[in-house]
Design a protein around this ligand. Sequence first.
Ligand SMILES: Cc1cc2nc3c(=O)[nH]c(=O)nc-3n(C[C@H](O)[C@H](O)[C@H](O)COP(=O)(O)O)c2cc1C
Length: 362
Amino acid sequence: MTIRPLRFGIWALVHGSRAAYQDPEEPYDASWERNRDLVVAAEALGYDSTLIAQHTINPHQEDLDQLEAWSAAAALAALTSRIEIIAAIKPYLYHPVVLAKLALGIENISRGRFAINLVNAWNRPEFDKAGIGFAEHDARYAYGREWIAVVSRLMQGERLTYKGEHFDVRDYVLRPGSLYRPRPLIYVGGESEPARALVADHGDVWFINGQPLDDVAGLIADVAARPRATVPLRFGLSAFVIARQTRAEAEAAYQRLLDLSKKDAPMKAIQKQNTDPKAVMMQTMLKSARVGSNGGTAAGLVGSYDEVAARIQGFHAAGIELFMLQFQPFEAEMERFAKEIIPRVRAQSPAGDKLAHPAGSR
Ligand SMILES: Cc1cc2nc3c(=O)[nH]c(=O)nc-3n(C[C@H](O)[C@H](O)[C@H](O)COP(=O)(O)O)c2cc1C
């Protein structure tokens, strides 16, 4: 397997803090202004990518603010110049023709830095209460498979006629296509068998939830072995980082967040009720105590600066190219990571890793 140079990204804070909502060091804030400043600061610190999750309502507590992903992505595209911008998308919420048009718009505003993250949904009320209906887990993936086939071909400038179970698109072409490359990148987040089949057939990068190295290596081996029509699949990992000078300091910071996160228990109980029990991602996350979403600290990036840098190298050797990171308090810890960890990791990497590389280059 060819392992590409490492890239580091940050999760935007579209629904506020990632580890614990009631943290005196990070008051609740999911505003556009905060997210704008966060991503602009991340770019200045050298981060390569940002992931903007998509939820129409806050998935933890519906009366809390939730930033809209696609309008934020377009605005961030105009305000930044180097960082890759990935916006998540749940197929049932947008017709594929409309979504492909939006994606190409942001691709060109960003001058070739845009990507979509196809996600399958787990929060039942988000669809149910809108009257869309919440199809069964594998039926959602079957719909997503048709949907991405249409989006992908339209994004690449093809004049498309497509007739499937869900879509009937005739002689459709979108102009302009990407002015910078064949099309925006396609990431896929999801761990179940249909998610793996879908990313092997239609994705450029598979996003894996934070979990121990051996588990991640097993997932990569499974999906990398699947036949593909195009270039090899690439891999990204979500992880929550707690790095300090010493391991004891990091453990204390972890304990602080773990204790604070217990205050969110009532909110988490509601979230559990709303979650599709077949979502494999949620089953993975129940395996260990952790803070952060999408696996969070289960990836093991908690420790001294040297330990965290070494673990990142381990994941990189297993095939992870992009680390999509969470912190709390986010701004300060994101800065610490850029100053303490990224230089350590780069110093241990082969020479190629030290070279600048264009965000999201194919
Ligand atoms: C990196 C990553 C990002 C995700 N972002 C979102 C998101 O923005 N919105 C959402 O509803 N679900 C998101 N998900 C969850 C997936 O949509 C999906 O529901 C979940 O992985 C369950 O699917 P599975 O059974 O295939 O694991 C994300 C998952 C991953 C791994």
